[in-house]
Design a binder for this molecule. Structure first.
Ligand code: SF4
Ligand code: SF4
Length: 496
């Protein structure tokens, strides 16, 4: 696919622009807390940390199995970065805050105020020294997972407006413009218009249009704003796949941002406000399901965090793009050329999509359909190591250096595969992998799974006819038609 009508962005520019305020100092750099704020944090630590959290923290049997599970410790050998060491730091502060009877008698516990240093240290632990990846929870025999525990503490800071600037700013932009980069509707419309013209030329379809705000579509596609502004070729790739599969899809001008950095900052109320706006957009176009551009935390938020916090189940399905591609392949709605890339390819599992979301087989089905040279990293899938850019770290300003250092574990994993192409399904991971590739001089091509599939699409009129006819009958939605189709599957294969 060659579409080059916009000047290519340098990777530096893309990185600098990834979030507003990316290069500004994080809150941690100048973190100060008034006595009143310190009191509030102490009160929150003693009330917001539930008995469930406490019982988890107390159930540690000091086996040490979480030590190597964490990429922070594995990359640095720093004992302070072992998951249970980080969690015990929190436990010490909680204990300090939960003393209810402050007696002068020598044998009774004393409560003492938390110092700014203690709070700043806790801040660093939950925002900088943990990507919330959840891998320690897989290794721990007691099921202690630092991710959700530290996320609860993040919410305490976020509600006081003390989250890192790199996370706070995109959230406030999203709350005012409904996308974290502050793009206008015109930015989306112009990009889609330009893409439609390019695709009309490429696919030789004179009246090629990209549906916007079309009512009653099967799929509402929510792009990543980076696709709209900086990676239009990746957005084109998504449209090409949707078109090739003859999917009835639409974009929305009301909400065109998958991202929800309020989840990473810990501000649940803001997270839900952003989700509600997306749900409003879906209601307006009356789309059946929602498909999200590759983004790990966006998938997590819409797939289960939102339902959990809202307290009800969505009456629609949420897919990440790799699930959709896998379904299109299985239904025969798209076909891809095998081995158009003849070098070894490996796949990085985004933690929120694989470990937490269980989307593990789907990207592998796609990559094995694409290449005979697909090599797994070890470990992979649910046990995969975080790339180091998760937990909002790739957006958190000052934390850049640490992110590159802890990415060493991923670098070693990739090197062992001998792969020349690394593929992923999350823009945060993508950005981190590009930086690791540069800093560690890996000489890799870093690809989105969407881009790779779009580049290998086989557009066949014959296959499309089959898809259209099958979908027509399936849309009749009667048992009889489906039953007959099942029986006559081979017949269809034969005649089409
Ligand atoms: S959640 Fe991930 S980053 Fe955080 S302590 Fe556990 S293994 Fe380490
Ligand atoms: S693996 Fe679990 S039980 Fe063992 S030291 Fe770590 S937190 Fe404690």
């Amino acid at each position: 696919m060659v579409l080059e009508t916009r000047p290519a962005n340098s990777m530096q520019e893309v990185r600098n622009n990834q979030t507003p305020g990316k290069n500004e100092p994080s809150a941690e750099g100048g973190l100060t807390f008034s006595a009143e704020q310190r009191e509030k944090i102490a009160a929150s630590l003693s009330t917001l940390t539930t008995w469930r959290t406490l019982s988890l923290l107390y159930s540690c049997v000091n086996c040490g199995l979480c030590t190597d599970a964490c990429h922070y410790y594995k990359a640095t050998n720093d004992p302070a970065l072992i998951p249970i060491t980080k969690m015990k730091k929190l436990l010490r502060l909680i204990k300090k805050c939960r003393v209810t009877w402050n007696s002068k008698l020598p044998f009774l516990p004393k409560s003492s105020p938390l110092s700014t240093k203690e709070i700043a240290d806790l801040f660093r632990t939950v925002y900088e020294d943990c990507t919330l990846c959840g891998r320690c929870g897989m290794a721990c025999p007691s099921g202690i997972n630092a991710g959700p525990i530290f996320h609860t503490v993040r919410s305490i800071f976020a509600c006081m407006g003390k989250a890192p600037v790199g996370l706070e700013k995109p959230v406030s932009t999203a709350l005012s413009k409904w996308n974290y980069l502050g793009l206008d509707v015109d930015d989306l419309s112009e990009t889609l218009e330009w893409m439609a013209e390019e695709l009309a030329d490429e696919l030789k379809i004179e009246d090629f249009t990209i549906p916007i705000d079309q009512e009653g579509a099967e799929t509402l596609y929510i792009p990543h704003p980076l696709e709209v502004r900086d990676y239009p070729l990746l957005l084109t790739a998504a449209v090409k796949i949707l078109h090739a599969a003859d999917e009835k899809y639409t974009f929305s001008t009301i909400h065109f941002d998958t991202v929800n950095y309020a989840y990473y900052s810990g501000h649940i109320e803001n997270m839900i406000t952003i989700v509600k706006h997306l749900l409003h957009a879906k209601e307006q176009v009356r789309a059946k399901n929602v498909v999200l551009a590759p983004c790990g935390h966006a998938y997590r938020v819409l797939r289960w965090e939102a339902e959990r916090n809202l307290g009800y189940r969505f009456q629609f399905k949420v897919f990440t793009f790799s699930e959709l591609i896998d379904r299109f392949l299985r239904e025969g709605r798209i076909k891809i050329k095998k081995d158009s890339i003849d070098v070894p390819i490996t796949y990085h599992d985004p933690c929120n999509i694989a470990r937490y979301g269980g989307v593990i087989e789907q990207p592998r089905n796609i990559l094995m359909a694409l290449s005979s040279n697909f090599v797994e990293m070890e470990p992979h899938g649910a046990l995969n190591y975080c790339c180091g850019g998760g937990g909002g770290l790739s957006a958190s300003g000052d934390y850049g250096q640490l992110r590159i250092q802890i990415g060493k574990v991923k670098v070693e994993q990739i090197k062992k595969t001998g792969a020349k192409v690394i593929v992923t399904n999350c823009y945060n991971c993508h950005t981190q992998l590009i930086e690791l590739n540069e800093k560690y001089k890996l000489g890799l091509q870093v690809k989105s799974i969407v881009e790779l599939v779009a580049d290998s699409l086989e557009v066949s009129g014959k296959k499309n006819n089959k898809a259209i006819i099958l979908r027509y009958f399936l849309n009749q939605d009667t048992f009889n038609v489906k039953f007959i189709l099942n029986l006559s599957g081979n017949f269809f294969n034969h005649i089409l």
